[in-house]
Design a protein around this ligand. Structure first.
Ligand code: ADP
Ligand code: MG
Length: 370
């Protein structure tokens, strides 16, 4: 089912009555397509949870409407929206077994559409299989690992076959390995069920790796949406560019002069187009966006070569760099000569973005090698 956020705003009154109102979500306007997994991504406090709570009806918008399919659900109580909700802290009932936890939403359905006992058990069995906890039905939550507990929470959210599945930072309490595994599971479950799913996270790698579409938020505003690769390659502004990617994008102060893009005294690329007039700019170069070469035209001070196994991370610095260090990820075979005090780079035009110095918006500029 598609979910439409039609110019949705949420304003909270000032905390303890003091100070200005808090605009938690500011004119969020987006149609979430049916059957997709959407990663809602942004730094802590940017309004992700508030957006999710409005979709499920735990909060009501100050302005705007929410539609499921063509139905306006803005004023519909949560229990009538057909939502499955999973939080960071599992929120299982500790005194109940796994089976009892999963079956709970079915037992509490309104009498008129409550299933028979056998049907409930069958449903619970089905979703437990789907999330692969069918062997643990008689255990209590305290007898499960964090990953297993989160699977139970997901099973419980799925048991009523929701129209929309909402997950609020569901992996944050898991250790790194389980996080990886569980996110793959969530992807698989979403594919198998085809349920429109909104996955909230502050972790860009997590969002990029499992989402069909990512939506990037900052301070209550939605900045950009799109396929993860598209948003990564063509961020709308410097914030989005810096928020996505590990290691982060390398940022330089630079300028355009007579059709050439400069970092310091060195021309690094040819540029063309209406926006490529002489001006100061900000330049973003992805860690995979340059190659060391004796013929390179960006000279950086070589600090270190960190071995990461298959790849190496070449660490350098430059006067015009806004990051303390510049990181370049390359194949171990291509590592530069560590005994030299410098490294010269050839930039890859499609891995370089140029931003306006004031608005920090990405400029539409054609780039090519010299
Ligand atoms: P996120 O989930 O992205 O970390 P939230 O949606 O929880 O962000 O919060 C967005 C903003 O709204 C924050 O500034 C937060 O302090 C504020 N906020 C959230 N809930 C309330 C509330 N019930 N009352 C007042 N302010 C709130
Ligand atoms: Mg939150």
């Amino acid at each position: 089912m598609k979910v439409v956020l039609d110019h949705v705003t949420k304003i909270f009154p000032p905390i303890k009555g003091k100070g200005p109102d808090v605009v938690a979500v500011d004119d969020f306007d987006y149609e979430i397509p049916d059957g997709k997994l959407i990663g809602l991504l942004g730094p802590s406090g940017c309004g992700k949870s508030t957006t999710l709570y409005m979709i499920c009806g735990l909060e009501s918008p100050t302005k705007g409407r929410i539609l499921f399919g063509d139905d306006d659900v803005t004023n519909l109580p949560t229990e009538n929206r057909g939502i499955g909700l999973v939080f960071q802290n599992y929120a299982l009932y500790p005194h109940m077994t796994v089976l009892e936890n999963i079956i709970f939403p079915l037992q509490n359905a309104p009498k008129k559409n409550r299933l028979k006992k056998e049907e409930m058990l069958k449903k619970a069995e089905e979703v437990a299989k789907l999330v692969q906890i069918d062997g643990l039905m008689e255990r209590k939550p305290s007898e499960l690992s964090g990953g297993q507990q989160q699977r139970v929470a997901i099973a419980r959210a799925l048991v009523k076959t929701p129209n929309v599945l909402l997950l609020d930072e569901p992996l944050s309490n898991l250790d790194a390995r389980l996080r990886l595994q569980t996110r793959e599971e969530i992807r698989r479950i979403q594919r198998e069920t085809g349920i429109t799913t909104i996955f909230v996270t502050h972790d860009q790698e997590e969002a990029m790796s499992i989402s069909d579409i990512i939506v990037v938020m900052k301070k209550g505003r939605m900045y950009q949406y799109g396929k993860p690769q598209d948003v990564y390659d063509l961020p709308v502004n410097l914030f989005v560019a810096q928020f996505l990617g590990t290691p982060p994008i390398n940022v330089f102060d630079g300028r355009i002069e007579k059709g050439l893009l400069y970092i310091g005294d060195e021309a690094v690329l040819k540029v063309a187009g209406d926006e490529a007039y002489d001006r100061e700019v900000i330049i973003g170069v992805r860690p995979e966006g340059c190659n060391p070469s004796p013929d390179g035209n960006l000279t950086c001070k070589l600090l270190n070569i960190e071995v990461m196994g298959r790849d190496v991370s070449v660490v350098s610095s430059h006067d015009k760099s806004r990051n303390e260090t510049i990181r370049n990820i390359i194949d171990a075979d291509e590592a530069p000569d560590a005994s030299k005090g410098y490294v010269k780079y050839i930039l890859k035009p499609h891995k370089v973005n140029v931003f306006d110095i004031e608005s920090e918006k990405r400029l539409e500029i054609e780039k090519s090698n010299l």
